[in-house]
Design a protein around this ligand. Sequence first.
Ligand code: PEP
Ligand code: MN
Length: 362
Amino acid sequence: MAARMDIAPLSEWGFFTLPRPCTIAGPCSAESEDQVMDTARQLRQVGINVYRAGIWKPRTHPGCFEGAGVEGLKWMQKAKKEFGLKICTEVASEKHVFECLKHGIDMVWLGARTSANPFLVEEIAEALRDTDIPVLVKNPVNPDLDLWIGALERLNRQGIRKIGVIHRGFSSLTEKKYRNSPEWQVAVELRSRYPEMPFFCDPSHMAGCRDYLQDLSQQAMNLGFDGLMIESHCDPSCALSDAKQQLTPSQLIELLEGLTVRDSDTDNQEYHENIDQLRTRIDSCDEEILRTLGARMQISRKIGQYKKENNISIIQASRWDNILESVLKSADIYGLDRDFITKVFNAIHEASVREQNRILSE
Ligand code: PEP
Ligand code: MN
């Protein structure tokens, strides 16, 4: 059961120079003092004031670059001092938190592999108790909304009010285009449960390559995300981690300037009147769908009863194939996406089979 959370709005964090998107940018990893300083200087020049860099890197395979460690925190601290940046990094243990606190880190985030682990989250939450630094929680690697919420609750229970989320997509066996499948509906559900929670999108880890960053960032703006965390490196092709997905600072500013940022509301009276009318029409369409589904289920029950009386099994595969074929032809006529309609009708079929199964078992 999800607990209520006491969340400080982004305006209280004093981090971002609005307007949206509130942007956190910097390299995947801190690699050397020169790379950290050069990237920070260039990002500062294009107006970025919150700087990220990974210090301890959770790599899939051993033997890859696993981060510069505490030495890297010193470079970050130098960038903070020299360019007046807020600095942030990923923490995955209590030890990381203590090192960050010693080195003036202004904000931390929990990576996707950490927020999936309640033991680690608890340990980090306890280490952060009594500090005032904001904590962003990336979604767990798998699309488990409760696990994500649980991580936020663990932090909030320790009195940490400056909490926010980063949606970075989910690992998936079937996703081909993106490194991590966006599954926007998971983030949208979280947002509707905690509308006051600051919401960031990390298009870099979602995309896995530069080509999709603009489009994913725009989708995040369309969904009303407050901000973006984007990887940016002074020389992406030489990056020691995530080279394919990083942008130069000037490519980053180009991306940000190309975004259309949507407002969450307006005081335009005419807009409200029109949207209210359209919503009323949507509501009556929904009512009609439900009425039709109810009628369909009644008939399905009758069929179940009739099959039972005649001792016939529930599934006749060819019948379902025929239904689907004719439904998809109609979907084309009505301009409806075939995948969407296949999902809807499979769900309807499943519910019918379940109901007939119940009748046959009575
Ligand atoms: C990162 O931000 O560099 C990172 C490792 O991200 P994630 O936890 O989303 O994989
Ligand atoms: Mn990365």
